[in-house]
Design a protein around this ligand. Structure first.
Ligand code: NAD
Length: 340
């Protein structure tokens, strides 16, 4: 018997082999989260200029050091490859990967759906997880359900913090009520410098009055800095186009117009400007109106609240995949599984 046969006879499942696409703020945090897990192993990482693959696991510290000093994990010897089509090349290399976390910028707004199409075209089968934010982006993915099903891909969408953890909390809180009146998500994010999360900050700027995804995408770093100088590094966002609404509607919990999302992002201070929370107001079967509030601990970072759930959903998605359940699922429909 080989090792895998011994494990399977003892009912020990092998670690889930994970790839992280996008190695910026969230991608690097995701690699650090995985370093502490035994049920998952980081085998692949890709950024805009290259990728690295190691069947027995990538060294997180080396990947991060190489990315930070040279700008791409593709420089990592001997496992790196430099290429301007890192995602395509990684998929085509046919190295075994069970699931990918897409920690990619969704700029333009159909970028992540276009990556999902690449996976479908390639014939790869497995689990994909995103932490995508916009309603219109999730709608594009939901429309790909039949193609994902036919391809044998289990796609978990909206699986970060918001959408993600907070949407799932709203779905759980809704169970006390006969009717849901309001779901209000308010997030506070504190990061020491905006360069650590360029895509997140650009995408947030795209929600400000007078800006769109396209104008935010086209801004140079100097223009982003000039804007942040005017606001003392703080972005205040209201009535955001956030997919928590379509996800809760799709899960049959409430109409999307009952869901609001807003928040404050401080790009110059890791301390959260306010406590991230979701308030779910509804009417019980006895006719009482009440509000459940779920508040995240202030010490938990954006990265912890995005990457933890993303892998929890990857594990849940892997179980669905093993049972032959392909297609697309949202964070409001499925419970994340805790990854040990
Ligand atoms: P970032 O700008 O720090 O990093 C992006 C990474 O993607 C970089 O490594 C870059 O090289 C890579 N990349 C860009 N284009 C690529 C391509 N074509 N092929 C391969 N790699 C490519 O990004 P970030 O701030 O970590 O954000 C990542 C995503 O996470 C964003 O879309 C953001 O909206 C999302 N996010 C979601 C939540 C949530 O709660 N749902 C919260 C925060 C961020």
């Amino acid at each position: 018997m080989n090792l895998e046969q011994v494990k399977s006879s003892l009912n020990i499942s092998p670690a889930i082999r994970v790839g992280v696409l996008g190695f910026g703020g969230l991608g690097q945090a995701a690699a650090k989260v995985l370093a502490g897990k035994r049920e998952m192993i980081l085998v692949a990482a890709a950024d805009q200029k290259g990728y690295a693959y190691a069947a027995d696991g990538l060294n997180t510290k080396e990947c991060i050091a190489t990315y930070q000093s040279q700008g791409s994990v593709g420089y990592l010897e001997p496992v790196g490859n430099l290429t301007n089509h890192s995602i395509q090349d990684l998929i085509e290399s046919a190295h075994p990967v069970d699931g990918y976390f897409l920690a990619l910028p969704n700029l333009p707004n159909d970028f992540i759906p276009s990556v999902a199409k690449e996976f479908i075209k390639s014939g790869w089968r497995g689990v994909l997880v995103d932490a995508i934010k916009r309603t219109t982006a999730v709608e594009q993915l939901l429309a790909m359900k039949a193609e994902l099903q036919a391809a044998g891909i289990t796609y978990m969408t909206g699986c970060g913090a918001t959408p993600g953890l907070l949407t799932a909390a709203a779905a759980l809180a809704a169970q006390s009520y006969a009717e849901i009146h309001k779901v209000e998500i308010t997030f506070g994010v504190g990061i020491a410098n905006w360069e650590a999360y360029r895509a997140t900050v650009r995408e947030d700027i795209g929600h400000m009055p007078g800006y769109t995804v396209e104008t935010a995408r086209a801004m140079t770093d100097a223009e982003v800095e000039a804007l942040l100088d005017k606001t003392n590094g703080v972005l205040t966002l209201t009535s955001m186009e956030h997919a928590d609404d379509v996800m809760l509607e799709f899960a049959g919990i409430c109409d999307r117009d009952r869901v609001t999302v807003g928040g404050v992002v401080d790009t110059r201070n890791p301390k959260k400007p306010l406590s991230t929370n979701v308030k779910v107001t509804g009417r019980t079967f006895e006719g009482k109106i009440s509000t459940h509030t779920f508040t995240l601990g202030d010490e938990t970072s954006m990265a912890a609240n995005v990457c933890g759930p993303a892998f929890g959903y990857l594990k849940a998605g892997n179980q669905l995949y093993q049972r032959g359940m392909y297609g697309i699922f949202t964070a409001a429909e499925i419970m994340p599984h805790f990854v040990k």
